[in-house]
Ligand binder design. Sequence first.
Ligand SMILES: [Zn+2]
Length: 136
Amino acid sequence: MPTLTLDAIRQRVRARLREQHALVERLLRRRELLAGSLFMRWGVCGKKGCVCQAGQKHGPYYVLSTRSGGRGGFAYLDAARAGEARALVKAHRDYRADLQRLRKVNEQLVVLLRRYQEATTRRGGRRVGIQPQTST
Ligand SMILES: [Zn+2]
């Protein structure tokens, strides 16, 4: 890792804190989520001579598959509900992505603060005439 000046480390810490703040605000604003996925299905019926048997299948049918509390389920939705469900499913994906990013930002903050501490300790040591120990 390149050596950073104390100012550079402080700048990076502040940038991470700003991102952390924005992420937390966004996570708090998200209320309605849906853990699941939305599929489109086309079907073939049993009617003789129906266009579906010539390849023009019926549909689309919207299928929402959900997994909550370890149990999976699915439901057929009409186009309007499917649109709603799609937005909620996306909100859930975004929520998880934000959480993951928050975890990463927090890790980076810890690393930066350690580097900051190391840099200031080296400085303080020099001030009182102690040579930094070389780690091998
Ligand atoms: Zn048919």
